[in-house]
Structures are given as structure tokens and as C-alpha cells.
Design a protein around this ligand. Sequence first.
Ligand SMILES: NC(=O)c1ccc[n+]([C@@H]2O[C@H](COP(=O)([O-])OP(=O)(O)OC[C@H]3O[C@@H](n4cnc5c(N)ncnc54)[C@H](OP(=O)(O)O)[C@@H]3O)[C@@H](O)[C@H]2O)c1
Length: 199
Amino acid sequence: MKIILVGASGTIGKKVYARLVKNHEVIRASANQGDIKVDITDSSSITSMFKAVQNVDAVVCAAGSAYFGPFDSMTEDDFYTGIRDKMMGQINLVMIGKDFINDNGSFTLITGILAEDPIRMGVGLSTVNGAVNAFVNAASIELKRNIRINVVCPGLVEDAVEKYAPYFPGHHPVSMDRVVNGYLKCIEGAKTGEVIKIY
Ligand SMILES: NC(=O)c1ccc[n+]([C@@H]2O[C@H](COP(=O)([O-])OP(=O)(O)OC[C@H]3O[C@@H](n4cnc5c(N)ncnc54)[C@H](OP(=O)(O)O)[C@@H]3O)[C@@H](O)[C@H]2O)c1
């Protein structure tokens, strides 16, 4: 398959790339490096990416951020940070990409455990994770040309423990192998409309 992997340089993206590249042609896309640069918060940048990389069978995302901080002082603009980035960034990968992707292609997005198991300071992330999960469920029944869509929804990953563990008390880190396998299930398998929970 020919695959675009957005966020290929990240903690999760690096491991997904290492596995996919064994069997597929993988184009690494991210904000500042890789084979092609893309800013998912900018729909014209997404369109340019799809014009530059034609005939893809899978669009895979391991990028997307949101505001992280106390709810008490959170502003409307803070919500929009995640809405523009992790939410609409990924939704626009699908909205724009659906006109470029091959028949029988697939989209694989990323959310996370905070959609249903919140932590302090995570309202921004929880909100967009829930929205993207719902989007995938709904879009799956209307995508044409046998195009599939799923979302990988991991817990705190073991490679990020050093950075984030203090914010995730009692969370059991998930192995990178399990997260990568979640992506493989979406890309190489037959599921559609699924939230692949890896907790
Ligand atoms: N880490 C965890 O434990 C965990 C658990 C569950 C869910 N998640 C979710 O998984 C996703 C990836 O997490 P991560 O920890 O791997 O993140 P990360 O290490 O910070 O990597 C982020 C990746 O996204 C790219 N990126 C950032 N902004 C972008 C933009 N506007 N347009 C295109 N690419 C952009 C970065 O590119 P450059 O390197 O070029 O800047 C990098 O490749 C996030 O949505 C996160 O919420 C993470």
C-alpha cells in the first residue's frame, strides 16, 4: 500500500512508521520534518499535501494537540486550540482526503483514553477526543467507494511515561507494540467506524 503517515516523527508516529515501512510505501508527513511538511490546522496545507502525494491507499494520523491546563481558568479560545488542531485537523484530513484517496482506501485517526477516563487539566483533550471518536463513527456510514475509517484510542503510552506520568496517576502505560498493532488492524484489516481502545 501507499500510505501517508501524518505525525511520523512523533513518539507514536516513529513506532508506527518503523512497522509500516517493512511492508508498505510510507510517506512521512509532519509539521517540521519528514518527506513532506503539512500543518493539519491549515486546510490549504492539507490540500497541498494530497496534491503532491497522489494515489494513496491509507491516510494515517499520529498528530494533534489540544489545550492542557486547569478547567477553572480555561477560556473559550483555549477550547479552540484543540478544536482547530486535534479535532478539525484530523477531520479535515478526511474531508479533503476523501476526494484524493484510492477506492477501498482507509483513514486511521488518533484520540486517547481521556475521552472516557479524564484526568485533571485534560478537559480540552477529553473534549476533542470524544468529538473525533463520534466523527469516525458517523462518517463511516457515509464514506463512499468502500473507504473505511477508524480511530486508535490509546492510554498513556510507555514511551511517554517520563514526560506525562505525573499527570496520569494510576494509569497503567500501554505498550508501543499494542498501539502499533491497533494501527495495523485499521490499515490492513477490514474494520470500519471503530474506536480501537488500547487501555
Ligand atoms: N503520548 C501518549 O501517551 C498518547 C496517548 C494517547 C493519545 N495520544 C495522542 O497521540 C497523538 C500523538 O502523540 P505523541 O505523544 O506521539 O506526540 P508527539 O511526540 O508530540 O508528536 C507529535 C507529532 O505530530 C506532528 N505535528 C505537530 N503539530 C502538527 C501539525 N499542526 N500538523 C502536522 N503535524 C503536526 C509533529 O511533527 P514535528 O515533529 O515535525 O513537529 C510530530 O510528528 C496526539 O494526538 C496525542 O494526544 C498520545
